[in-house]
Design a protein around this ligand. Structure first.
Ligand SMILES: C[S@@+](CC[C@H](N)C(=O)[O-])C[C@H]1O[C@@H](n2cnc3c(N)ncnc32)[C@H](O)[C@@H]1O
Length: 265
């Protein structure tokens, strides 16, 4: 298991360098070959990860750290639909770490089976996973986010659903060969992290994989949201038959990232 691996990424080369970092950690191929597979480089640099709009998120979240289920996300997305707020994590592109991971894990560009994208927002990650051939279910607690995802991707094969990670449909238990969790756990108050992690784990089928991407906490962070995950909290996804197979800490100006891969036995 690769654990605690740390790679310094210069901002301007983050996309390519990230792929090299992942390639190194996963132990395969040479770097030149790895870079040549970077066919569609991302155009935004996930520097601090949160741009305009975080202040409104913080206003809406007042009191949420008491442990309440964060239904206030619906308010943010409803405001965004009428142009009254901005969704700070909407970059109009998939998450770079997910782009890199899929390329490494599925170099042929094809995967198979069922995948689920947790906290899918406007669906960019879900559409990317679907492009690999997975049958994708993507869910968000916000009905407005789900409606906007459907309208942004009208020809999509992704099954977009409104659902709460903390109260999932029973028939999703153990149903997915690939589970993608990107910054949803950190969007829930700390008191809910363990329940959320166990819930993420519950989605995974035997022999399936879970990818967890989250921002690492740092000294001087303001109070949440986001409520960033400690390494111990990332490990909490190893619940039931799920075990951690690799965990990287990727160093970046503006906030390190956890990239964890889990397998379900
Ligand atoms: C920080 S955003 C990340 C969105 C997307 N995964 C990304 O990486 O760009 C967190 C998302 O999780 C959703 N969310 C928060 N709590 C949730 C819950 N309990 N169940 C499902 N979705 C939730 C929010 O509505 C929001 O869209």
């Amino acid at each position: 298991m690769a654990l605690g691996h740390s790679v310094e990424l210069p901002d301007q080369h983050v996309a390519c360098t990230l792929q090299v970092a992942l390639q190194r950690d996963l132990g395969g191929g040479d770097h030149a070959a790895s870079l040549s597979r970077w066919r569609n480089p991302v155009t935004w640099v996930p520097d601090d990860g949160l741009v305009d709009g975080i202040e409104r998120v913080r206003e809406l979240a007042v009191g949420a750290d008491e442990g309440a289920s964060p239904w206030w996300y619906e308010q943010l997305y409803a405001e965004a639909r009428v142009g009254a707020s901005r969704v700070p994590w909407d970059h109009g592109e998939p998450t770079p770490y997910l782009v890199a991971w899929l390329r490494e894990r599925f170099p042929s560009g094809r995967g198979s089976g069922r995948a689920v994208v947790v906290g899918c927002a406007y669906g960019d990650d879900a559409e990317l996973v679907a492009s690999y051939g997975f049958a994708v279910t993507a869910f968000d607690i916000s009905a407005s986010a789900v409606e906007t995802a459907r309208s942004r991707h009208p020809a999509s094969a992704v099954d977009y659903r409104q659902a709460d990670l903390l109260g999932l449909p029973e028939d999703w238990r153990g149903a997915f060969d690939l589970v993608v969790e990107c910054t949803t756990l950190q969007s829930t108050p700390v008191a809910l992290h363990e329940r959320g992690a166990v819930s993420v784990a519950s989605l995974c089928a035997v022999d399936g994989k879970i990818l967890v991407i989250a921002r690492c906490p740092a000294d001087g962070d303001p109070p949440g949201p986001p409520w960033l995950l400690s390494e111990r909290e990332v490990w909490q996804v190893a619940a039931g038959g799920v075990r951690l197979s690799s965990l990287q800490r990727i160093s970046m100006r503006g906030g390190d990232r956890w990239v964890g891969e889990f397998v379900c036995a």
